[in-house]
Design a protein around this ligand. Sequence first.
Ligand SMILES: Nc1ncnc2c1ncn2[C@@H]1O[C@H](COP(=O)(O)OP(=O)(O)OP(=O)(O)O)[C@@H](O)[C@H]1O
Ligand SMILES: [Mg+2]
Length: 400
Amino acid sequence: MTPTRQQAAQDSLAEAISDAHILVTTGAGGVGKTTTAAALGLAAAQQGRRALVLTIDPARRLAQAMGLDGLDDAPTQVALPPEQLASGGELWAMMLDMQTTFDRLIERHATSPEEAAAITSNRIYRQLSSTLSGTQEYMAMERLHELHEEGAFDLLVIDTPPTRSALDFLDAPKRMTSFLEGRLLKLLLKPGVAAGRGIGKVVGAGATAFMRVAGRVTGMELLQDLADFFRDFEGMYDGFKQRAEEVLALLRDPRSRFVVVTSAEPPPLREARFFLERLEQEGLHAAGVVVNRIRPEVPRDPSDAGLTRAVRSLQEAGGVDPDAPEHLEPGSSDELALAGALQLLGDVRNLAARQRRDVAAGLFGVEVPALVEVPLLGGDVHDLDGLERIAGTLLTGRTR
Ligand SMILES: Nc1ncnc2c1ncn2[C@@H]1O[C@H](COP(=O)(O)OP(=O)(O)OP(=O)(O)O)[C@@H](O)[C@H]1O
Ligand SMILES: [Mg+2]
């Protein structure tokens, strides 16, 4: 990308960092979603905003660097040197506690505290709430909605879980409501089934056999839990559905933007592409694409052409001119080291060029509002210093 295009693209991500109310980082597994979310929060705080980063399973050292020692459902302020922040800037962070969020959701929709307690202590609920596919994604959105309603932050940056596919995130509310809308559930919710006795009658002979076997294996108590669970959920079904719709409406707001993170490899790029297309179809807004851990381009400058010529002339001549200082003795360790270094330089240059070709090909034809390259840093990003370097790149395109 030419410097001016890169600059224009970055301006638009910088704009999102200073304007958006919600930023969602998404992308394939392991591409740097959590790191980018933290860096976006830091960049916003540097711009004078009160930013909260809601992380999901951050690496332990990154969590520690942000002052998150354990699973805490409440925002914690990240200690940053004041000179790093514009006036009013604050960075807060928290980890998603899925179970607590789900329990609160139940409490909100239950008709009484007793009903809520009955559900949250139910074994079927405890099992389902942690294993149902999409629950983590849905709870992340639910927590986002709560934080939005509390209104304490200018910007909420939300990380997404390492799903098989980034698209799972967008499908989570639908899956959640369709689970609740499910046929079996509806049948079980029919009046009279609640006591557990009627289950067999309603769901048919096959299921009766299943229940008999299940009953024998797991005990009637578990069946009773199942029946209670479905009965208690009955009253909450509409509330849940409405909440899922509210969450989607919040994500559709023009001040909610998605930052699609990818590496420069074709499979994550394909996923980024699908995600961008899907955002457009769903009327959601992309803030841009972050191509993370990309190799910086190595410029070709005259001195390295000179070095190449020097080595080549040595090899061709097979001799040394002791008066020419740039000539190295053929086969000497210095000459081998120089030839090796040039070879490596060529490889890195080729890799950097290939990565850019892959990015261009992978995103060809899709509307990308901003494309920012974040270079591969030496070592993992597990401290505020690393985050600061990435935040700087997200804002200006330069690394320190
Ligand atoms: N620009 C970078 N340079 C060097 N290392 C990086 C960079 N970005 C991320 N990393 C490292 O890559 C690893 C994966 O990053 P991260 O945890 O942010 O990915 P993720 O997309 O959130 O993963 P998951 O899908 O598992 O949640 C981490 O060890 C992180 O420190
Ligand atoms: Mg992550």
